[in-house]
Design a protein around this ligand. Structure first.
Ligand code: TYD
Ligand code: MG
Length: 469
């Protein structure tokens, strides 16, 4: 009889422990260890792979060849299957890679099922076979959605099932190009006594599906739910086994949605795709800057537009700030859309290097449109928005601000300056504040853009603040 092995896995970081502990020694979080059992002759061997063996094309069969020098390994081609939805293909790095595993996370109601049903239908129309496993909704509910979206090609098969064994059997039988599992938290491995959605089930179902994908050349796309903190529920575990991790973001109060790539073994991470949710589903938005920045006249202070890098693309985004008299002992700093620690640093630099007194002021910073900006080139815009809100002085309209802020108050060089200048010219901005260019490439880019824009090269944040009028 197979030996039953018990171990514990951290819900937060996925680390395995032989014994239960109150605190995870790897990530220091409390009460996150969950018991898992594994009963199999070889506990490291996923079931799906064991069953799929014998067709010669499995990874295990290939591994039999033994170690080889890098030069003798045949080149791995990643032919991609474009879904035909431009923005979805962009985040994936050009399309779906056969045999790869994609995990798509997002809040309930954000549009995960809508996106995948549309992408699946687009692929079906291109002559590819797609299996859409709906484990959350009935086939009838999916049909209603399909009718609303106007999709339903005959190569797109809908299968309402939660049992992993039945799903695996269908994948092996149909060998579709793409299998969508919506959602992975609802499916279960019948041999496993844990309830669906538990770590143990997620690990079993996730790894089985991923190995099935690798063995049979079917790309799988798993839908995962996120926790209140916005990370995928449980599955740091799953994030490790899949090739690509996408997060669906956005504000359900706005109609635009963002798909952000946080891990991609086959392409660029940090890539974002933009969509607009309309009456007939999601439409790709090609000109995102126009969607995110509403043109308005001279700002009264507190609003600055920057060009931030998202993956390989530069987007114009508006940073807004407000300062208010603090009624409490400790002034509040509330930030949405950018890193709160970065904003705290910028406030400290403004206090120390420009003499603005913010210690007794509540400071609020918001990036308009629900976008999250992590590009340090937005620092200068955040600083000018806060300084402008505080002094009630603004920049003239059609001005863009880029630059990273150093602790000495200096404006530091930023990457992709030429691309940002190009976007400023394309969107019809008239003035741009940048760090003084140092490299010859940056100087050339500034000289080139100088023909259509007025450029204000600044060395320090106090110099930049002089431009507020
Ligand atoms: P859904 O794809 O069901 O979200 P998820 O799978 O992430 O839970 O999206 C549901 C929301 O999208 C719902 O609030 C209705 C809205 N919606 C539209 O606005 N237009 C449409 O064409 C569709 C199908 C949904
Ligand atoms: Mg759904």
């Amino acid at each position: 009889m197979a030996k039953v092995k018990t171990y514990y896995v951290c819900r937060q970081c996925g680390a395995m422990q032989p014994k239960w502990l109150g605190k995870c020694p790897d990530c220091d979080s409390w009460d996150t260890l969950e018991q898992m059992t594994q009963a199999s002759a070889d506990p490291h061997r996923p079931r799906a792979l064991a069953e799929a063996d014998g067709d010669g094309a499995t990874p295990s069969a290939r591994q039999e060849e033994g170690p080889r020098p890098v030069g003798q390994i045949p080149e791995f081609q990643t032919p991609r299957i474009p879904s035909g939805m431009s923005e979805f293909d962009r985040v994936l790095g050009g399309g779906v890679v056969p045999g790869s595993a994609i995990l798509l996370g997002g809040n309930p109601g954000i549009g995960k099922s809508t996106l995948l049903l549309q992408a699946g239908d687009r692929m079906a129309r291109r002559g590819l076979s797609v299996l859409y496993v709906t484990s959350e909704e009935s086939a009838g509910q999916t049909k209603l959605r399909a009718r609303r979206l106007g999709v339903g090609h005959e190569n797109l098969l809908i299968y309402a099932e939660c049992n992993l064994e039945k799903i695996s059997r269908q994948i092996r039988k149909l060998r579709p190009h793409l299998c969508i599992v919506d959602s992975v938290q609802m499916i279960y491995q019948p041999d496993n006594p844990s309830p669906p959605g538990s770590l143990s089930q997620l690990k079993d179902c996730g790894t089985d599906l991923v190995y099935l994908a690798k063995a049979g050349g079917t790309a799988v796309c798993l839908v995962g739910h996120v926790t209140k903190q916005g990370v995928l529920a449980g599955p740091k575990l799953l994030e490790h086994v899949v090739d690509t991790v996408l997060y669906f973001e956005g504000d359900t109060h706005h109609d635009h949605r963002l798909v952000r790539c946080v891990k991609n073994r086959h392409g660029n991470t940090l890539e974002v795709g933009l969509f607009r949710m309309g009456q007939a589903g999601l439409e790709p938005v090609e000109d995102a800057s126009a969607l995110l920045v509403e043109p308005h006249g001279d700002s009264p202070g507190g609003s600055v537009i920057t060009a931030a890098l998202h993956g390989s693309r530069v987007l114009a985004v508006e940073v807004q700030a407000l300062t208010a008299e603090s009624m409490l002992g400790a002034a509040r700093r509330k930030v949405s859309g950018c890193d709160a620690n970065r904003v705290a640093m910028i406030i400290a630099v403004l206090e120390k290097r420009t003499g603005l007194r913010l210690v007794d002021k509540d400071v609020f910073v918001n990036v308009v449109g629900g976008l999250k900006v992590s590009d340090p080139a937005a620092d200068a815009a955040i600083a000018l928005a806060i300084a402008g809100a505080h002094t009630r002085r603004g920049l003239s309209s059609r001005t863009l601000v880029v630059g990273e802020l150093g602790l000495l108050g200096e404006l530091r060089q930023i990457g992709s300056l030429a691309q940002r200048l190009g976007e400023a010219v394309r969107l019809g901005y008239q003035r741009i504040l940048t760090p003084a260019p140092r490299s010859s490439a940056d100087k050339a880019a500034v000289a080139e853009a100088g023909r259509s824009l007025i450029i204000f090269p600044c060395r320090a944040v106090d110099e930049a603040i002089q431009l507020l009028a």
